[in-house]
Ligand binder design. Structure first.
Ligand code: 6PG
Length: 475
């Protein structure tokens, strides 16, 4: 009897497509779903794509797998994941590998891995990016969990991952929760990237006065250059799309409220805990939040803005391209900073260059740009920030005049551009010789005796502001 080399439980669109991907690559795949109808539908519709071993019960599913078993759980993150683990764990043997391919919160993954370790089941929290199309044709896969589990699981996952220049977009990114952590930050970067693209569109439309098909053409041109990426490519297609029902540009008939399932918010919450500045990601999360506050927006809609008949800003296209590229460097620099800080905090060994390598294909943020990041970390694995890589520093230097012009043009035209403005502020803050944090610290000392350090000598000081104004050394 044929035994399955891998099993997939949870056959909604992501699980179903991943199972088909395994089957198409010649792996006999066991398939199971809580409601058996989905399992039958998968085999009826796609059974000729490879060897599927459908199972109606968890027991039959587990029995159809070769050992050590490799089971991929593709259910909605949260309580459903715990329910599946509870159902399957008693059926597994020591050494079996349980993979969670959902968008789980990484602290849940740590907890689950620790619990399953008691049963000697190896739990591998894995980021999977690329949406339903990626799951079918090659996603970017970010497994965490025990390194020795990857030795057995890796070849299987690598065989179905996307591949760029012959390198699979899958690697062991780090121990235990590291896989879901980096997927979380990937999504945070995805939010920032999308926000910057949205601001570029808004500027070209409302400051430069271009129409959606013209902007689509601009994006298509950009996609032939250093900004080449999946997100730029789909943006051009969306802007070209005409709504069949109304004949209007499609972008004009979509309600301007961006939703979120929450991974971007988690990224920012975690960055706050780690003390890592990720304003690019935070601005993107908040921009979605602002868009959803329709009551607030309606109340403020009458507030004065700049002259609506002001002449369009000329020659903005090239400047926006440079501002977008520079802001994108900043957003990725912030994301990689968070990954580095997370790895240090949670004790994982994460290789930033390897991560950039597996994000080059399959995932939502796939881009030519990732190859530049890979090269930057190859040149210096201990790069303090992507901004100081020679190539990126040159690009930032070359962009900065236009970047400032774009932020100014946005302010003048009343186009909200928090991503561009925030990225520029981050750049200026990092390169500043002196920050006004000196004044902030002095204020803290004034009202709360929180002390300060001096530029000219060591020690900790307090000035007796309310008494004699004299300085005392406190430590
Ligand atoms: C991916 C995507 C995927 C999903 C996001 C959308 O990498 O394939 O990130 O995980 O599209 O969860 O997130 P929001 O609903 O929060 O925008």
């Amino acid at each position: 009897m044929v035994q399955a080399t891998v099993g997939v439980t949870g056959l909604a669109v992501m699980g179903r497509n991943l199972a088909r991907n395994f089957a198409r690559h010649g792996h006999p795949v066991a398939v199971h779903n809580r409601t058996a109808g989905r399992t039958r539908a998968l085999v009826d519709e796609f059974g000729d794509e490879g060897t599927f071993l459908p199972a109606e019960t968890p027991e039959a599913f587990v029995a159809s797998l070769e050992r050590p078993r490799k089971i991929i759980v593709m259910v909605k993150a949260g309580a459903p994941t715990d329910a599946v683990i509870e159902e399957f764990a008693p059926l597994l043997d020591p050494g079996d590998i349980l993979v969670d391919g959902g968008n789980a919160f990484f602290l849940d993954t740590r907890r689950r891995e620790a619990a399953l370790r008691q049963r000697e089941v190896r739990f591998v929290g894995t980021g999977v990016s690329g949406g339903e199309e990626g799951a079918l044709n090659g996603p970017s896969i970010m497994p965490g969990g025990p390194r020795e589990a990857y030795a057995e699981l890796g070849p299987l996952l690598e065989s179905v991952a996307a591949s760029v220049d012959g390198t699979p977009c899958c690697t062991h990114v780090g121990e235990e929760g590291a896989g879901h952590f980096v997927k979380m930050v990937h999504n945070g970067i995805e939010y920032a990237d999308m926000q910057l693209i949205a601001e570029s569109y808004d500027l070209l439309r409302h400051a430069a006065g271009l129409e959606p098909p013209e902007i689509a053409e601009v994006f298509r041109t950009w996609n032939d250059g250093r900004l080449e990426s999946y997100l730029i490519e789909i943006t051009a297609q969306i802007l070209d799309h005409v709504d069949p029902a109304t004949g209007q540009p499609f972008v004009d008939v979509v309600l301007d409220r961006a939703e979120q399932k929450g991974t971007g918010r988690w990224t920012v919450q975690n960055a706050l805990d780690l003390g890592v500045p990720v304003p690019g990601i935070a601005e993107a999360v908040f921009a979605r939040s602002v868009s959803g506050h329709t009551g607030l927006r309606a109340a403020a809609a009458g507030l004065p803005g700049p002259d609506p008949d002001a002449a369009p800003v000329l020659d903005l296209v090239g400047a926006v391209e440079r501002a977008l590229y520079a802001s994108k460097i900043v957003a990725y620099a912030q994301g990689f900073h968070q990954i580095e800080a997370g790895a240090a905090e949670y004790g994982w060994d994460v290789d930033a260059g390897a991560l950039a390598t597996i994000w080059r294909g399959g995932c939502i943020i796939r881009a030519r740009f990732l190859d530049r990041i890979r090269a930057a970390y190859e040149a210096d694995p201990h790069l303090p920030t992507l901004l100081t890589d020679t190539g990126f520093a040159d690009a930032l230097g070359g962009a900065q005049d236009d970047w400032r012009r774009v932020v100014a043009a946005a302010a003048r035209a009343g186009v909200p551009a928090p991503g561009f403005a925030g990225a520029l502020a981050y750049y200026d803050a990092l390169r500043a010789a002196r920050l006004p944090a000196a004044l902030t610290q002095a204020q803290r000392d004034y009202f709360g005796a929180h002390t300060y350090r001096r530029t000219d000598r060591g020690g900790v000081f307090h000035t007796r502001w309310a008494q004699d104004g004299a300085e005392e050394e406190t430590g």
